[in-house]
Design a protein around this ligand. Structure first.
Ligand code: HXC
Length: 520
């Protein structure tokens, strides 16, 4: 064997060794927990043969606590670039088989390198997290590593899409890198996110809680809203990440890819003409409307199980990617509350940052009231959504299906918040509030003064009727130019797509500023 051949053999052997990470026994242990390895995940995520690994031979530089005797090539994270549906992405996947995927300084340097490349080359960054957090043996160096990653998350925000998959534990300050990214996906039963684990919680607060109850996907996908997506398995989670990417542009200077469709642009749907119940207090399912108007009925929902009174997600309309925001009358009547406002505001801001037009479907009776909401700062949280819509310069098409009352009317992409094309169905009504509340406030004293209860009831009904006659239709708004047109529900898909087409060349500036001061 020539010297060159020997060197090539060494390279092949070292590569094979590096690919084993912490060794076969630890890989088996990972599988026994129902988890894939970092490399298996990347194999599922990236187009076949597209992965190019960087820094496979990097080793940690720690010599404390006997770490100088334990070096594994790659040091607990697999980094590189590849393609998904032939579009370039940068990736890092933490390898739990190496020191529990814990973050060393060199590991952070590897991650920062691919993040820098992603921003320089205008491609999304996907991080697959499976880590015990800062590598304890490295102390401040490990913490510094996190700081450097966070800084890059912040600088990349709004420049390239950042997606975090949580595929194992994610403990301590480590949760803040995913929290700084655009979308966090968790896997049911095998992934956890918390600032401190159950044992620390027990010692500090005395509370006994297991990992799942403290920070499993069931918590973050339903209660906290930290996880935008949750999946029943790692395989499904990876498919979801790929699907999510299909709606997004590569960076903030590009548009999302077109998706050709055989679904006719002018497809009408007669069922929509019958979807609004006669009783204004009766609910209907907004998903039916969304699926009816988007291409092929294909809707990719974000935050599906969190704040279900508002629906947000991606779809295509006429082949173009759009962000859909819709009130859901089936859940607390579609009222806006703290969580719904936070959820939708974040989504609207993402779409605006990445040139994705917004389609808003409105049926909102108002903001949820009461002490719980006030004490939780519904004022500041509602303002987030108001702010997000007001600052958004992407094309905005709004369709009001039924109620559009009070502050919630203004928030939901109304004309004055720079809605570009605002339509209403004939069932729409725009008012400060519904008839019941309005009549009590305006005629309450007069009604109370009526000593005959039958006459009092008649007066109440008469005033409600007058109010409804005046406001329970879209013509007041149409008369004043607050909506562009009243459209037949069956034509909604066609009218929205045509509006979006007309807005393709939209360009709107906001005043120069260092940055805004969103009401956080
Ligand atoms: C060094 C670590 C480690 C860590 C795990 N390991 N976490 N090594 N630093 N942070 C090692 C273990 O010693 C073990 O090595 C191997 O990884 C596997 O860990 P196990 O405990 O055997 O696995 P498991 O039972 O599955 O438990 C996983 C775990 C647990 C839940 C993640 O290891 C754990 O609680 N780790 C500590 C979590 C934590 O509190 N991290 C610090 C957070 S503070 P051997 O060789 O024995 O197999 C933080 C600050 C960030 O991250 C600050 C940013 C601002």
């Amino acid at each position: 064997m020539s010297i060159q051949q020997e060197k090539i053999k060494e390279l092949v052997e070292r590569r094979a060794q590096a690919k084993l990470g912490g060794g076969q026994a630890r890989i088996d242990a990972q599988h026994a927990k129902g988890k894939l390895t970092a490399r298996e995940r990347l194999e599922l995520l990236l187009d076949e043969g597209s992965f190019e690994e960087f820094d496979q031979f990097v080793q940690h530089r720690c010599s404390d606590f006997g770490m100088d005797k334990s070096h594994i090539d790659g040091d607990g994270v697999v980094c590189g670039r590849g393609t998904i549906d032939s579009r370039q992405v940068y990736v890092f996947a933490q390898d739990f088989t190496v020191n529990g995927g814990s973050l060393s300084k060199t590991m952070s340097e590897k991650i920062c390198k691919v993040m820098d490349m992603a921003v320089r080359n205008g491609a999304p960054i996907i991080g697959l997290n499976d880590s015990g957090g800062a590598r304890i043996q490295e102390g401040i160096d490990a913490l510094a590593g996190y700081g450097e990653i966070f800084e890059r998350n912040i600088l990349a925000s709004g420049v390239v899409p950042q997606i975090s998959g949580i595929f194992g534990p994610c403990a301590g300050g480590a949760v803040y890198s995913p929290a700084l990214t655009d979308f966090t996906l968790m896997v049911d039963k095998t992934s956890y996110m918390f600032l401190t684990g159950p044992s620390v919680v027990k010692s500090v607060t005395g509370e006994s809680v297991d990992q799942e109850t403290l920070g499993g996907s069931s918590v973050h996908a339903t209660k906290s809203g930290v996880a935008a997506l949750s999946a029943p398995s790692e395989q499904q989670g990876i498919e979801d990440i790929k699907k999510l990417l299909s709606f997004l542009p590569q960076n903030n200077m590009e548009d999302s890819p077109l998706r050709p469709t055989s679904d006719p642009i002018n497809r009408t749907d007669d069922a929509l003409n019958d979807i609004i119940p006669d009783n204004p207090n009766k609910a209907y399912d907004m998903y039916g409307v969304i699926r009816s108007i988007v291409d092929d009925g294909d809707f990719f929902e974000i935050h599906k199980d969190f704040a279900q009174n508002i629906i947000v997600g991606f779809a295509h309309m006429g082949g173009r990617s759009v962000g859909v925001v819709a009130n859901q009358p089936r859940v607390i009547g579609g009222c806006l509350d703290i969580n719904a406002s936070r959820k939708a505001a974040r989504f609207v801001r993402f779409c605006d940052a990445f040139n994705i037009p917004l389609v808003t479907l409105v049926d909102v009776p108002g903001f949820l009231c009461g002490t719980h909401q006030e004490y939780g700062a519904i004022i500041s949280n509602g303002a987030k959504l108001l702010y997000a819509y007001g600052e958004a310069t992407v094309p905005k098409v709004t369709v009001t299906l039924r109620k559009s009352y009070g502050g919630a009317h203004i928030v939901m992409s109304c004309k004055q918040l720079r809605g570009d094309v605002n339509y209403a169905w004939p069932s729409a009504n725009f008012a400060v509030m519904g008839a019941d509340g309005a009549v009590e406030i305006v005629y309450g004293k007069q009604i109370k003064a009526e000593t005959d209860p039958v006459k009092a009831a008649e007066l109440r009904e008469q005033k409600k009727q007058e109010y409804n006659d005046l406001f329970c239709n879209p013509y007041q708004a149409a008369k004043k130019g607050y909506i562009e047109d009243i459209i037949e529900p069956r034509n909604t898909r066609f009218r929205v797509i045509r509006a979006l087409e007309s807005l393709k060349g939209k360009h709107q500036e906001i005043p120069a500023k260092k940055h805004d001061n969103l009401p956080l």
